[in-house]
Design a protein around this ligand. Structure first.
Ligand code: NAD
Length: 253
């Protein structure tokens, strides 16, 4: 007589900014790996449109910059998901402007989502991630690796996310939680196309050794790899996924 094989419960990933762009591509890749995904976004219509054709997802309306909403989201997720095996802090906003033209309201809008959102989400789901010995992937940007004349708020927020990742790796390693940071190069999403002028697009093509923008899936595949058992000894890393841009030393357009 043999024991009947036990079927492991599917793993759960929480992905913020999941209604479109890199977050939606990441959601689809987790589903293809057999994971469940809690799709978080603050855009109700986009979230419903993205989630409705997918199975294995739990769409949750939540603005990651709002502590009350994040607390409610965490209560819901920990009550409904068997485990939280990965948190992908992907929700972000872009704002291109120099110090001279960026008023405090613009600065705060960028920091609220890009930095505070990562802090709040990670803190709220930390106990569940520790229970599952899970993984965190924070999405920064090549704009957090290089300074430029155009990105005082955006670039600073992404550089801070890089360091927050190192803090998380240092603090959570003893619980078996890994934390890594992905810095995408340009991807033609709604966020990027709102700020990339034709001049910036042309300059990026020239500056990137692969001479093109990346795709959402090319970023998502690195994110899902970092959450998978194949990356079980990878933590505290800042990984540029940028067609070689960072290798060249050429400035940001
Ligand atoms: P996108 O605009 O296509 O998608 C971002 C999603 O995040 C949207 O669905 C939006 O509603 C959601 N969102 C924004 N603020 C939110 C908040 N406070 N709470 C909940 N949801 C919120 O953008 P994308 O290009 O897919 O960007 C994803 C991440 O990748 C961002 O962090 C961005 O900074 C980063 N990134 C993008 C590029 C690029 O060229 N596209 C390059 C480098 C880094």
């Amino acid at each position: 007589m043999t024991d009947s094989p036990k079927t492991a419960a599917p793993k759960t990933a929480v992905v913020t900014g999941a209604a479109r762009g890199i977050g939606l591509a990441t959601t689809r890749q987790f589903l293809a790996m057999g994971w469940r995904v809690v799709m978080i976004d603050r855009d109700a219509a986009a979230l419903q449109k993205a989630a409705s054709p997918l199975s294995g997802v739990d769409p949750v309306l939540c603005d990651v910059s709002q502590p009350d909403q994040v607390a409610q989201m965490a209560a819901h997720v920990t009550a409904t998901a068997p485990s939280v095996d990965a948190l992908v802090n992907n929700a972000g906003v872009a704002d291109f402007g120099p110090l001279a033209e960026t008023d405090f309201a613009r600065w705060r809008t960028v920091m609220d989502t890009n930095l505070d959102g990562v802090f709040l989400m990670s803190q709220a789901l930390r106990p569940a991630l520790c229970d599952a010995r899970g993984a965190i992937v924070n999405i920064a940007s090549i704009s957090g690796l290089r300074a430029s004349t155009l990105r005082v708020a955006y670039g600073t927020s992404k550089a801070a996310v890089k360091h927050l990742t190192l803090q998380q790796a240092a603090e959570l390693g003893e619980f078996g939680v890994r934390a890594n940071c992905v810095c995408p190069g340009p991807v033609a999403t709604k966020l990027a196309m709102a700020v990339h002028t034709p001049d910036i697009i042309a300059a990026y093509h020239d500056a990137i050794p692969l001479n093109r923008y990346g795709s959402e899936d090319e970023i998502a595949s690195v994110i899902t790899f970092l959450c998978s058992p194949a990356a079980s000894y990878v933590t505290g890393q800042i990984i540029a996924v940028d067609g070689g841009f960072e290798a060249t030393g050429i400035g940001l357009p």
